[in-house]
Design a binder for this molecule. Sequence first.
Ligand code: TXA
Ligand code: MG
Length: 311
Amino acid sequence: MTTILNPDQHEDAAQILREGGLVSVPTETVYGLAADATLDAAVAKIFAAKNRPTFNPLIAHVADLDMALKIGAFSDDARMIADTFWPGPLTIVVPTHADNGLSKLVSAGLETVAIRLPAHPLARAVIAALGHPIAAPSANPSGAISPTRVTHVMDGLGGRIDAILDGGDCGIGVESTIIGFLPDPVLLRPGGISKAMLEAALGREIADHQSSDPITAPGQMTSHYAPKGRVRLNVTAPEAHETFIGFGAVEGAHINLSPSGDLMEAAANLFEALHHCDRENVAHIAVSPIPMVGIGAAINDRLQRAAAPKP
Ligand code: TXA
Ligand code: MG
């Protein structure tokens, strides 16, 4: 059975984690599926509950910078980016410290570790109460759409995890940006913090991840975040059989991500729109063009994965 915990029960959430259980925890991006990152058996349960390939590494979420510095070796650039954008929707991949105390499953055998200091107060409260980093992928079955509401987590993983800590709806709605320092900066996943903001802070260009790079982001499989129906992108004239997800001032949208054309609002509504299509068993989805500005890059990235042919 999966218990729903109220926001004031973050100590109970930490206790379940301490005992090796799984708790879905709200973050400002999407709900995470957390385990104590130092416990092998608990981290292994994440892979089982999500049916996630074990070669796909997890993000270690920390409560403060000290916790991050204990597990990863930050170059000056990596440290500057952490100081500028944490807490927030940014994950930083750096070399691991050999004695970091984390389960080897977290990094899936890589010599790097992905670290995030979330801005969500409940996520930080749980990690601080536990006193260890939590490993937390998005709380959805592998390959499905990420959850931005408690009901999404319950629909996807109810009965397979111990608890969900209710933090309401997630504010940002797409997963964190991932930047790797390998050692040069590489954008591994677009997200809540735009590439332009990172480049402005670093004062130099950041390379884009090449899908041919073997190790860097095993999670960047082409079909990901996929709804059940077929998805057609950049549609201005939807066909009669299609459910139309609009953006801006468009006619005939069944759902509009943001009638006023606000990209932040669209990001926050994106996954609920796709979850809605799954709940209604929609077979054909058409989506308006979304500008490639700011968080629009992350929205387009997720939509392209949603539209990619399934394996
Ligand atoms: O916003 C987020 O980042 C959410 C919330 C819960 O924090 N988490 C999330 O986790 O999106 P997940 O597991 O769905 O995505 C993590 C991504 C995967 O694509 C994985 O391959 C990549 O991070 N990753 C993890 N460790 C890595 C590493 N050492 N090197 C490169 N990529 C890594
Ligand atoms: Mg995910």
